[in-house]
Ligand binder design. Structure first.
Ligand code: NDP
Ligand SMILES: O=C(O)C1=N[C@H](C(=O)O)C[C@H](O)C1
Length: 268
């Protein structure tokens, strides 16, 4: 059974991975929390007999304890999380969103000396949707594109990491970078034709919804993905970890893990 180390273990997603690991053929052997965490020292399964694992600090994790780390923490923890995985020579799946350009460079740099996979969204559905968005943006080069996203009220970053990567896929379909086509989070003002805008909702307990709208005068296409259970993200992250632990150094994506490009080439 794969031994998992969870970074950000006390959070919503950390807890979702812990709750689902055993049915995904994995066991959580390290549950890392921040130095300020109120959960430090608590057992990760408070009511179960198997309560051997306790929330611990990064400095206490031993190399033999973990096969792969999964990071569902916050951007400010990224540098330390990469340093921990490097020090212990353990592959790292990073699922944290809201990363800066500089933090994306850290991921690329880390990929030169260790296996690392970055996914703003670990669901299989979003990985496939990115391909559909790229194809649609290429096939309909003049449409205005708007990316709607809705999440729970405690989410810190906006637009979501998924909205940003969907925007990157749309821009790639038009042979451009997102920075060249982005209209940002839309407010007042006239729209630049063919631009990519973002609309953000934060409310209650919405887990994660994304719609990419392609609009021509008189005609619209909408591609939508909705998640109603965090188990979807947990399952994708554990699947990515299982795959990553056998890879050489490099920076990988969910599409690499699912071998999606090979599959699509066979289909199209
Ligand atoms: N890729 C994907 O599919 C998904 C990605 N996400 C992303 O995952 C991240 C976590 O989401 P979620 O679980 O909802 O967020 P939470 O706020 O619930 O959890 C984040 C946890 O990180 C810990 N933390 C805070 N600061 C640090 C630090 N400096 N070092 C280490 N740990 C720290 C906190 O706990 P403590 O202080 O106790 O350690 C906190 O519980 C977000 O960026 C979110 O956008 C979310 C869902 C799916
Ligand atoms: O914070 C969340 O909850 C989510 N974050 C990710 C993002 O920013 O795209 C993925 C998912 O939609 C849930």
């Amino acid at each position: 059974m794969m031994k998992l180390g969870i970074l950000g273990a006390s959070g919503r997603m950390g807890q979702a991975v812990i709750a689902n690991a055993s049915r995904l053929n994995a066991t959580v052997t390290a549950a890392v929390v921040s130095d300020q965490s109120s959960r430090y020292g608590e057992p990760i399964y408070p009511n179960a007999a198997e309560a051997g694992v306790r929330f611990q600090h990064a400095g206490e994790v031993k190399p033999e304890q973990v096969d792969v780390f999964i990071d569902f923490s916050l951007p400010q923890a990224l540098e330390n999380n990469i340093a921990l995985a490097k020090r212990l020579r353990v592959p790292l799946v990073v699922c944290t969103t809201g990363l800066s350009e500089q933090q994306h460079s850290l991921l690329a740099q880390a990929g030169q000396s260790m296996p690392i996979l970055y996914a703003a969204n670990t669901s299989v559905g979003i990985t496939l949707l990115r391909q559909l968005v790229q194809l649609t943006a290429a096939a309909l080069p003049d449409t205005d594109i708007e990316i709607f996203e809705a999440h729970h009220s405690a989410k810190r970053d906006a637009p979501s990491g998924t909205a940003v990567v969907l925007g990157e896929s749309a821009a790639a379909g038009r042979g451009k970078r997102l920075s060249e086509l982005s209209a940002g989070v839309r407010g007042d003002g006239v729209r630049e034709p063919g631009s990519i805008g973002f609309s953000v909702v934060r409310a209650a307990d919405i887990i994660g919804e994304h719609t990419v709208l392609f609009a021509h005068p008189g005609e619209r296409i909408e591609l939508t993905h909705r998640v109603s259970n965090r188990q979807i993200f947990a399952r994708g992250a554990v699947q990515a970890a299982e795959w990553l632990k056998d890879q050489p150094s490099g920076l990988y994506s969910m599409a690499d893990m699912l071998q999606l490009k090979t599959l699509l080439k066979q289909l199209i």
